[in-house]
Write a protein that binds this ligand. Sequence first.
Ligand SMILES: [Zn+2]
Length: 158
Amino acid sequence: MKCPIETGENSELLAYSEEKLEAARAAILKRHVEECTACREFVAGQRAVWSALDAWEPPAISADFDQRLYRLLNEPEPVGWWQRWLRPVLAYKGIPLAAAACLVVIVGLVMVKPAEQSRMTQGQPVQTLQADQVEHALDDIEMLGDFTRSPRSDAGEL
Ligand SMILES: [Zn+2]
């Protein structure tokens, strides 16, 4: 039998250590473990870990655990100076919407296809194309506004 540690396939060795390997394979592995120092040390180590885990008993939970947990959950988290400055800015409703709108416009400008760009430079109706882009951007902004408003109304209902 090839040494499972040398081959790197030690799942059978793990099962053998836990005494969960089928009897025929366990007998073969037992013969190898008896003559292989590396496997013997592996099995001894695994069995030591399992017996230590079996012997370990978790400490009892204190009677006021729930009270302390809820008190910690309700405590305001410590706030740094930059959070104090940034929180009112982020709390303002228009900021996320404006950021989303800027993103939509930037993506729209980047996504203009090269063919459309060359057509625009060849005297095609540039005004119409930009109006379309603006219309799409406004539609996207409206959609994002609906999207950002809906979770707040859901949260308000809870
Ligand atoms: Zn071995």
